[in-house]
Design a protein around this ligand. Structure first.
Ligand code: NAD
Ligand code: MG
Length: 391
């Protein structure tokens, strides 16, 4: 039987890798909805290639362009956030959630209601509201599969294991663009220097988040939310080769490591074919050529974001939503030249303490509405901190 699938955020880096895999096996899928942002030519091309029912741009002003690009194809064009949610309401068996930021949260949440599989790349929604997503999945009998290399690795290392026998989880990190820079040079790191990753080919934002390890900080919280580990079970280890993506340590002292090429199509393909494994077009590793695996502890001074992740987990409540918003605001400030590379952590730390000063992260239940309020509040605090800081 054909599997009905949708891809939200199809025009992004994860979205395009998903399209690459789907195209190779098109006869197995019935593509329902695709969503994108401003890259209308790509969205329309993908919709035609995958023979989607509907293509949605998140931005209403692009509807005429999308309508023109889809003319004669029989594919329905749509635009705006309501149209996006309506597209997510169309029944599916499998959905890729690959919109970046909190905008990806609600489409993913809605997709869970079909009781199928949610391949979740949008880590912001897990960090902000992991418990809400898990509760919704439980309620509708849906499955959340991680599409982040480390969390896919953990998921795979846990298959067939008793989770109560897990002692610890080690999430690896490449260390990003500046892992070997002298500490004193980091404050002067430029945008272009922060935007190139030693191992992974990703979008600019996540590449900068790798250099600052805000990405890893998000991933620590993501691991806690996805697998219900306690914060002190989760360790971060620098592994410059990015070949081991995560290790799970058990109470008998043994560890299961997941080893694979640095190619997101592995995690995406695993989620696409689960519970089966199917051949994927990724590199086969040559260990003799790789030669050696290196490991080091991440240094707190170089990567202050990791400490902030611990604070967020200790605070609980809505602090994950505040952290996500503050991190994105600080990243915007760095990208637009309003703060330096090492200022980002200070900005986020300030926002977290402003939220906790008034106990705002505990203002209510973890609901969509409260997440939005916290997101707005954290954005406002971040704007205040950034403008006070700007030269
Ligand atoms: P990207 O920036 O390349 O693509 C983002 C997608 O979201 C695009 O399709 C864009 O049009 C869409 N989009 C942007 N703003 C939107 C809005 N307001 N409303 C609706 N759609 C919007 O991002 P990416 O690198 O593909 O990452 C997607 C998600 O996957 C992120 O949450 C990221 O953290 C996560 N992730 C990415 C990687 C990676 O290798 N790129 C790895 C692990 C996890
Ligand atoms: Mg990752």
């Amino acid at each position: 039987m054909l599997r009905r699938i949708s891809i939200f955020g199809v025009t992004g880096s994860i979205g395009q890798s998903t399209v690459d895999l789907i195209k190779r096996d098109l006869q197995s899928f019935d593509v329902v909805a695709l969503s994108g942002g401003r890259n209308i030519a790509q969205l329309a091309q993908d919709a035609r290639d995958l023979k989607a029912e509907i293509a949605v741009t998140a931005f209403e002003e692009y509807l005429p362009e999308l309508t023109a690009a889809l003319a004669g194809s029989g594919i329905e064009p749509a635009a705006g956030s309501t149209a996006l949610l309506e597209a997510a309401d169309r029944p599916t068996d499998w959905v890729m959630s690959a919109i970046v930021g909190l905008a990806g949260f609600e489409p993913g949440l809605r997709a869970l209601r079909h009781g199928g599989t949610l391949a979740l790349a949008n880590k912001e929604s897990l960090v902000s509201a992991g418990a809400l997503l898990r509760a919704e999945a439980l309620r509708y009998g849906a499955t959340i599969l991680p599409v982040d290399s480390e969390h896919s690795a953990i998921f795979q290392a846990l298959m067939g294991e008793d989770i109560s026998a897990v002692e610890r989880v080690i999430i690896t990190a490449s260390g990003g663009a500046f892992r070997d820079w002298p500490l004193e040079d980091l404050a002067g790191a430029s945008l272009s220097q922060a935007s190139s990753h030693p191992n992974w080919d990703m979008g600019q934002r996540i590449t900068i988040d790798s250099a600052s390890m805000f990405n890893k900080a998000m991933e620590v919280i993501e691991a806690k939310e996805l697998f219900d580990f306690s914060p002190d079970q989760i360790e971060v280890l620098i592994h410059p080769q990015s070949i081991i993506h995560a290790m799970v340590g058990f109470n008998d002292g043994g560890l299961m490591a997941h080893v694979g090429p640095a190619d997101m199509r592995h995690a995406i393909g695993f989620a696409l074919h689960w519970p089966d494994r199917k051949a994927l077009p990724v590199e086969r590793l040559d260990f003799a050529r790789i030669g050696q695996f290196e490991f080091r502890d991440p240094c707190d001074q170089r990567y202050p974001a990791l400490r902030l992740a611990r604070d967020v987990m200790d605070s609980g409540g809505l602090m994950g939503a505040g952290f996500t918003a503050a991190k994105d605001a600080a990243l915007d400030a760095f990208i637009s030249g309003r703060c330096g590379f090492m200022d980002m952590a200070g900005i986020v730390e300030n926002v977290l303490s402003m939220l906790s000063r008034n106990n705002e992260h505990k203002m209510g239940e973890l609901t969509l509405e409260n997440i939005r309020v916290t997101d707005q509040l954290a954005q406002k605090y971040a704007a205040d901190v950034i403008s006070a800081h700007a030269p």
